[in-house]
Structure formats: structure tokens, C-alpha cells
Design a binder for this molecule. Structure first.
Ligand code: ACO
Length: 428
């Protein structure tokens, strides 16, 4: 076997396949001709060993706990950058100059308003609807309002729809919250930053001036930065798969939102805080650890474990620091933080979690911060969707810009009945 080739012996034949290398990370065996050569498929449910695409956006080394966006470590971006700058970086490959950042921020700001008729959509939902249900519906509906930017073959259309999605997501998310609490919608205020504007639309009321608390704005912006992209996760792969058929970007992002909602993915931040509330005090932790280890109990420690990270999720480290900053700025304490810290300590010293390499993920601490800021748990995944929109859009653009792009169409190992004749109903 040469350095850039792998061989497979199948059906008595030896098949040589090219091995492709990226800039860092595992090489990939290119199996695209395998079916033509052997009549066999590969089998990898859950894609544990499958690279579904080439991408130059985000890199994760799960064993080392490394996350890079366009090469920049997430810790550095969280400390020194901003969500707008990281959004520019994800979309355009390079960090912006001052002028480029100012222009980009202005463009996004000018797209924050929603078509007024979209407000009537909200009124069709029950007041107690989960805001993620509203997000799926309203984001999907955007294509009915902005069809002047849905020609995906046109790079200008793609750019406009990308900007629209990033800009309108905070407005849509804040309106979902306002609707659930029965308060009037608050229009965007273009004097504010992306994040400050979102806070005002969420927590402001027309009857009073809303003051953005700088520490909260900074923490929220950092949370957005930490969630901006994460390589080929379930929701991003959903966006890519939906987009591979040529569907419009608004429909693709709605599909991503639907996937993100699940508790094994973005829904884990809501589930993690609910779990901490259920545990309550540190003396109950051991009982829940025992349940998480019990194979006959479906309970899992939410906010723990990750398909790719087999080490501490670098985003969880930043999150833990941010909890302390927000508590200090707002002068609040939450006993659940102590419970979370103790839970982490007990879990990490337990052989079950050590052997399976289960560490806190980004969702373990985020709920505590969001709750301190004033968000109800049902909004947590909405905030994740808001921030991840830029990642979805960047990945979707990367895929559509690739001239070799094909519709995503996996195959299967069929285990159903073989061919049989239809039996009339009276004879069954
Ligand atoms: N608590 C207890 N045991 C766990 C946990 C957990 N949180 N996570 C994994 N395990 C165990 C599994 O039972 C399994 O044990 P086994 O090998 O004895 O069967 C083993 O660890 C491997 O778990 P899998 O589910 O096979 O791993 P997978 O990579 O498919 O799943 C996932 C990763 C879904 C994130 C999982 O760890 C989990 O359910 N975590 C809780 C939910 C969560 O926090 N999700 C957020 C992920 S981050 C994000 O999307 C932003």
C-alpha cells in the first residue's frame, strides 16, 4: 500500500482506493468508486467514521479538545473577538479589517426588521407553544416573503439571503419570546449592537427605556460566539442535506432548527438546566450519577458527553468562566451552579465517565447563565439556533459554491421482506 492509497479485499478482489489528506486531522479513504467496483456499500449508521464533505470552515480535534474557526482557536475568539467579527470570519474565511467589520455590521443591522405581515404568523400559534416550534414555522415562512433572494445559483442572492437570515434571527427569536409572555413586539433599534439589540427586543417594553447592561451584552455575545459553528454536527448536516437538493436557504435553515431542537443536540441546554433543577441540592447528585450509569434506566447526564469531544469541550471551559462574570455583574447567585460544579467533579472522578470519556459539553453551564440573564428554559435552544444560523449559512454557502456539489443521497442495508405478491384484502 502506498502512502496515499488504501486497499480493501472484498469478494475476492483487491480494491485500491485513494487516501486524501486535509490540512490537519484524519486522512479520508475515498470510497466513491467502491459500489461501481464491488457492488457493495459501506455501512456507517450515525456516521461515526464518515466524512461527508470537504470543508475549510471549522476544525475539531475531539481527543485534544481543540476547536478552530478558520484556524483561530475558540478560546481566543471568545476572549478577544465578537459575534459579528466571528460571523464575518466564518462567511469570508479571513478576519475583517476595521472598515470591513463596520460595513458588515451595518449591512446586518439594516436587515434586522421583519416584513410586517410576518407578525400575523405569530398570532396563529398558541401562547404556550414551544418557541422552537414557532422558530421552525416562522423561519420556514421567510421564503414566502423574501423570494427575491432565493436563486441559489446566484452568489448575490446567496449573500443577501445569508445576511437576512443572520440579521432577522434575533428579531424572530425575540418575537417568539414576547408572544409567549403576552407582551408587545419590540422593533429593532439600529443604534444598538447585534446582541444589545436582541436583548432590548427580548426584555424591553415600549413603556420604558431599556438600558443594555454591558456585562450581560458581553456575556450574551460570547455565548453566541461559542455557538456560531461546530463542523458537521447533526443540524449542520441537515442543512447541507436539505440544501443539496437545491432547496431555498430559508427552508434549509428551518430544517436545521428542527434538527437542533432534539435533546441529544441543541435541546440539551434546556434539558441540562431542567436536570439540575430536578437534582436540586448536591446531596442528591450520587443518586442521579447512579441512574446515568444504570443501563436499564434511560436517564443520561444532560450536558455531558459528545460524539466528537473525548476531552473537555473547550466551549464549556469558557462557559464556566462566563457564569462567574455574569453572577458578579448582576450580583446574583444560583445554588444550581454549585450543584453543577459538584456534579462535574463527582462525574469526572467516577470510572464510568472516565472510561467512556464523558466530559461536560457546551450545554452544561450555558443554561445557568441564560437563566441568570432572565431567559426561560424554553428559550435556550432558540438562542442556540440564533447563533448557529451563521454557521449553517456559511456551511450551506460553501457547499453550494462547490461546482462538484451533488444531491446527498445515502444508501441502506435493506432488511425488509423480499419481493412478494399483493394479497387481496378478503384473502388476508
Ligand atoms: N450520561 C450517561 N451515559 C452516557 C452519556 C451521558 N450523558 N453520554 C453517553 N453515555 C454513554 C452511553 O450510554 C454509551 O454507553 P455504552 O457504550 O455502554 O453503550 C457511551 O457513553 C457512548 O454513548 P453514545 O450515545 O453511543 O455516544 P454518541 O456519540 O452516539 O452520543 C451524545 C453523543 C448524544 C451527545 C451523548 O453523549 C448524550 O446523549 N449526551 C447527553 C445529551 C447532550 O448533552 N447533548 C449535547 C451534545 S453537544 C451539542 O449538541 C451542542
Amino acid at each position: 500500500m502506498s502512502d496515499n492509497q488504501a486497499s480493501l479485499i472484498a469478494g475476492g478482489k483487491t480494491i485500491d482506493m485513494p487516501v486524501n489528506s486535509g490540512t490537519i486531522g484524519p486522512d479520508v479513504i475515498d470510497i466513491r468508486k467502491l459500489y461501481a467496483q464491488t457492488g457493495m456499500f459501506t455501512y456507517d449508521p450515525g456516521f461515526t467514521s464518515t466524512a461527508s464533505c470537504d470543508s475549510a470552515i471549522t476544525y475539531i480535534d475531539g481527543d485534544e479538545g481543540v476547536l478552530l474557526h478558520r484556524g483561530y482557536p475558540i478560546g481566543q475568539l471568545a476572549e478577544h473577538s465578537s459575534f459579528m467579527e466571528v460571523s464575518y470570519l466564518l462567511l469570508n474565511s479571513e478576519l475583517p479589517s476595521e472598515q470591513e467589520l463596520a460595513d458588515f455590521s451595518r449591512t446586518i443591522t439594516r436587515h434586522t426588521m421583519l416584513h410586517e405581515q410576518l407578525a400575523t404568523f405569530y398570532r396563529g400559534f398558541r401562547r404556550d407553544a414551544h418557541p422552537m416550534a414557532i422558530m421552525c414555522g416562522v423561519v420556514g415562512a421567510l421564503s414566502a416573503f423574501y423570494h427575491d433572494s432565493t436563486d441559489i445559483a446566484d452568489p448575490v442572492h446567496r449573500k443577501i439571503s445569508s445576511h437576512r437570515l443572520i440579521a432577522k434571527m434575533p428579531t424572530i427569536a425575540a418575537m417568539a419570546y414576547k408572544y409567549s409572555v403576552g407582551q408587545p413586539f419590540v422593533y429593532p433599534d439600529n443604534k444598538l449592537s447585534y446582541t444589545g439589540n436582541f436583548l432590548k427586543m427580548t426584555f424591553g417594553v415600549p413603556a420604558e427605556e431599556y438600558e443594555v447592561v454591558p456585562a450581560v451584552e458581553k456575556a450574551m455575545d460570547r455565548i453566541f460566539t461559542l455557538h456560531a459553528d461546530h463542523e458537521q454536527n447533526a443540524s449542520t448536516s441537515t442543512v447541507r442535506l436539505a440544501g443539496s437538493s437545491g432547496a431555498n436557504p430559508f427552508a434549509c435553515i428551518a430544517a436545521g432548527i428542527a434538527c437542533l431542537w432534539g435533546p441529544a443536540h441543541g435541546g440539551a441546554n434546556e434539558a441540562a438546566l431542567n436536570m439540575l433543577k430536578e437534582i436540586g441540592t448536591p446531596d442528591k447528585i450520587q443518586h442521579y450519577i447512579d441512574r446515568a450509569k444504570d443501563k436499564n434506566d434511560p436517564f443520561r447526564l444532560m450536558g455531558f458527553g459528545h460524539r466528537v469531544y473525548k476531552n473537555y469541550d473547550p466551549r464549556a471551559t469558557v462557559m464556566q468562566t462566563t457564569v462567574r462574570e455574569v453572577f458578579a455583574a448582576l450580583n446574583v447567585q444560583d445554588p444550581l451552579f454549585e450543584t453543577a460544579l459538584r456534579l462535574e467533579e463527582i462525574a469526572l472522578s467516577d470510572p464510568y465517565f472516565a472510561e467512556k470519556k464523558l466530559f461536560p459539553n457546551v450545554d452544561f453551564y450555558s443554561g445557568i447563565i441564560l437563566s441568570a440573564i432572565g431567559f426561560p428554559t424554553t428559550m435556550f435552544t432558540v438562542l442556540f439556533a440564533l447563533a448557529r444560523t451563521v454557521g449553517w449559512v456559511a456551511q450551506w454557502n460553501e457547499m453550494i459554491s462547490d461546482p462538484g456539489q451533488k444531491i446527498g443521497r445515502p444508501r441502506q442495508l435493506y432488511t425488509g421482506p423480499t419481493s412478494r405478491d399483493y394479497v387481496p384484502i378478503e384473502s388476508r
